[in-house]
Design a protein around this ligand. Structure first.
Ligand code: SF4
Length: 147
């Protein structure tokens, strides 16, 4: 059993989490790292609090108390226009302060977002391939299914 917490971007704070929960079930995107035979439980789901992300300072504590072993920063931080400029800082902070590994990515990148980002410089300047490798390696047909 793997227990995870998910933190989404404040721009999508009203999101119902459908794509993330589907991706947990289908073991794709940031969740492809967990074997299908291993149950994954989402023990926390919240948002960053809006720019500059003040809730990231506190919300992992509640997730950890509820058993979280890994924190996932949602795909919305990667695919927004522009992407969240603080992904690296969030990851470093949570890993240092709470001792929990942070994975960048939840559901697969919807193909329509990938196609626009390929024409933009953001991901390259942020070295997103290094930061969100699981998402970048996803199968194209899976990305299309998450449009
Ligand atoms: S861009 Fe980053 S800091 Fe701003 S709302 Fe989104 S996740 Fe939070």
């Amino acid at each position: 059993m793997k227990k995870i917490g998910i933190i989404i971007c404040g721009r999508y704070q009203a999101c119902g989490g459908g794509k993330c929960l589907r991706a947990v079930r289908e073991r794709v995107g940031g969740f492809a790292r967990y074997p299908k035979g291993e149950p994954v439980e989402v023990v926390g789901y919240s948002y960053c609090g809006g720019c500059p992300g003040g809730n990231v300072e506190y919300v992992p504590e509640e997730m950890k108390k509820n058993g979280a072993e890994v924190i996932h920063l949602a795909t919305g931080l990667v695919v927004g226009y522009p992407p969240c400029p603080r992904i690296r800082q969030f990851k470093e902070f949570i890993e240092t302060r709470y001792g929990l590994p942070v994975v960048v990515g939840t559901h697969p990148i919807p193909l329509k977002y990938l196609e626009v980002h390929r024409k933009l410089p953001f991901w390259e300047t942020m070295r997103m391939a290094e930061l969100a490798g699981d998402l970048m390696e996803e199968d194209r047909a899976v990305m299309e299914a998450y449009n």
